[in-house]
Design a binder for this molecule. Sequence first.
Ligand code: FMN
Length: 443
Amino acid sequence: MRDWLAYLENEGKIKTVSKEISLKFEMPAVIKKLDGKAAVKFKKPKGYNIPVVSGIAYDRDLFAKALGTTKNNVARKISECQKQPIPCQVVTREEAPVMKNINIDDVNLMTLPIPIHHEKDAGHYITAGLLICKDPETGKRNVSIHRLQVFSKNEIGILILPRHLSQLYMKAEKKNEPLDIAIAIGVDPVLLLASQAIVPLGVDELEIANAIKNGGQKLVKCQTVDVEVPAEAEIVLEGKLLPKVRKVEGPFGEFPKYYGPASEKPVIKITAICHRDEPIYHTILPATKEHLLLGGLAREATLYELVKQTVPTVKDVHLTIGGTCRYHAVISIDKKHEGEAKNAMFAAFASMQEVKHVVVVDSDVDIFDIEEVEWAIATRCQMAKDIMLVSGSLGSKLDPSTNDGISDKMGIDATCPLNAPPEKYETIKIPGYEELNIEDYLD
Ligand code: FMN
């Protein structure tokens, strides 16, 4: 993360707050004011001597930069690297900056500047930790991000939705054994993004990050658990996900800007805290662009791949910020046959449970420009025939308008009919406009 912060500083993309600031609401309020405009570093969280950063990748351009590609190629780049993971190098404890300071005997989470983000949050939440563990049967690594409520100086509550971690936890729980885990805080945007990859169980997201980086991702073994973590992380919490223990976690302000409710959740016992010299803590404020894009860009990569299997002429996919980077998909296609738009909708709904509304447009529309998408809807569809509605499908449980996740889905075909006379949809043009440099004309 340090190299990335240095880049942000060089580019003038990070603001600094030197005055003392409370972790409870005050820091999150500043982060929210700067959302989408700048990253921020808080030098003096009140009561702590560890600085906090947030919004370290706050727009699509920054993620593209971190991935070493362009804004419109993010999905394809992630999808390529997902297919070709590269094993990471494991270095010694002496070579790993994060193992410079190891605390096993007197573990105390209260020494970390962990904010309280929203009004009704149940407490202090760690929001930017990569949770790394291994499949108890195969030994393959898995990486994911989870909301983590600090219960005490060495206990954390965790929300585990039914994906890979839940499968690994169930395997351990069946044997009444704890699952060794580690939580890496303060990592670069590529590692954060790779953790969100939607890949089959057994594909190691750290190896996807290594592929994106063209190698060079170093790992180090933990001290108290059988897990490897990024050697250059700022902070690593080591711990055990306990079998058959549940405690009330939540409520917590979630990505759709509503609260996720309180309920009984699994518990992690922290066994060690390791950190670099002068560590920096990273927090993600829920529902900010940093949060939405992290999940959204990885989902776009998978959506692109899966829609392409059904509609090979797909050009781009976009999960919009307004649709929480989950619920609204825009897909552009080079339509060759009538009906392809509807097939693209079916493919999108089938490939990603959270996708609720899909708009399909022609490839002349820039799907990253919402004004252009709206224009296509306004001028290229007639809703009685171009809309598709499905009821009673499985959607997102965090969408409050669903019935415990049971959701309607809607698709809009905003493509031009292939048999329309060409002049009907011919867009207006001014010859010479593209080449004209406005500065040559202004006083
Ligand atoms: N997934 C959860 O199950 N619980 C969470 O609390 C949770 N919080 C997240 C917070 C952030 C900031 C982000 C970016 C994602 C979060 N996710 C959460 C999504 C998972 O990290 C993501 O779906 C991941 O790919 C799951 O990996 P897995 O299938 O390997 O378990």
